[in-house]
Design a protein around this ligand. Structure first.
Ligand code: HEM
Length: 199
């Protein structure tokens, strides 16, 4: 029979697999949207992003977060002593709030604006920018780098604040590079309107 600690760590791993898998799926559906030339593809990508957040990211976050909380209590680690523990729950809380405030507002807006396009069927640059704001892009591209830092905290367990700060700094630089280049590169060789770009 599984003991309490094993149940917690098992749930924790399941939780962050769901969460990480969902964030990776959202990265792909958003990439599909950047490369879409056809309105129905653009709308479908927005639908997938919304579904993946609700079906994978949110449940995964709730399982990883709650099991993580009980792991800290069970292992009597304290919430402020160990840099890696502070890194885990601190970044998790930031991601959870940002995810359920900015990101959720963003993908609901993207879906709404995308569906509106079905009425007049033209996927202009303005319509794209209307569907995905700059703040929406920034919080979107922060997700995976910060998730990687949380996994780093759980597995590598940085034991100085400097190491934790460095890991977060690297994640912010990676997120900035992704925010600047991914949408631009995704649109770089798009075919003239009406012809679907190669995926
Ligand atoms: C995105 C969310 C999270 C991810 C990706 C994550 C990831 C991980 C990973 C990879 C481990 C190592 C598991 C192992 O050694 O096999 C771990 C352990 C741990 N996590 Fe998290 N975690 C997350 C959220 C949290 C939160 C919110 C807390 C606390 C409130 C937390 C507390 C812990 C603790 C205490 C351990 C150590 C367990 C042990 O020593 O056996 N985690 N986590």
């Amino acid at each position: 029979m599984m003991d309490y600690y094993t149940f917690l760590i098992y749930s924790h791993i399941l939780g962050f697999i769901l969460l990480g898998g969902g964030l990776a799926a959202v990265f792909v559906s958003e990439l599909r949207a950047y490369r879409a030339r056809e309105v129905h593809v653009f709308v479908e990508a927005a639908r997938y992003t919304a579904i993946q957040y609700d079906v994978l990211v949110l449940p995964g976050a709730l399982i990883a977060g709650s099991s993580g909380l009980f792991l800290v209590l069970e292992l009597e680690l304290g919430f402020f002593q160990e840099p890696w523990v502070v890194g885990m729950w601190g970044l998790f809380v930031f991601e959870f709030l940002e995810g359920n405030i900015f990101t959720r507002i963003q993908f609901r807006r993207t879906l709404r604006e995308s569906v509106k396009l079905l009425e007049h069927g033209r996927l202009t640059e303005e319509a794209r920018d209307e569907a995905r704001t700059v703040i929406g892009l920034i919080v979107h591209f922060l997700d995976l780098p910060l998730f990687a830092v949380i996994v780093y905290c759980g597995k590598v367990r940085p034991d100085t604040w400097a190491e934790l700060g460095l890991a977060i700094g690297v994640a912010v630089v990676v997120a900035s590079i992704l925010t600047v280049f991914v949408p631009r590169l995704a649109r770089r060789d798009l075919e003239p309107e009406g012809q679907e770009a190669m995926p």
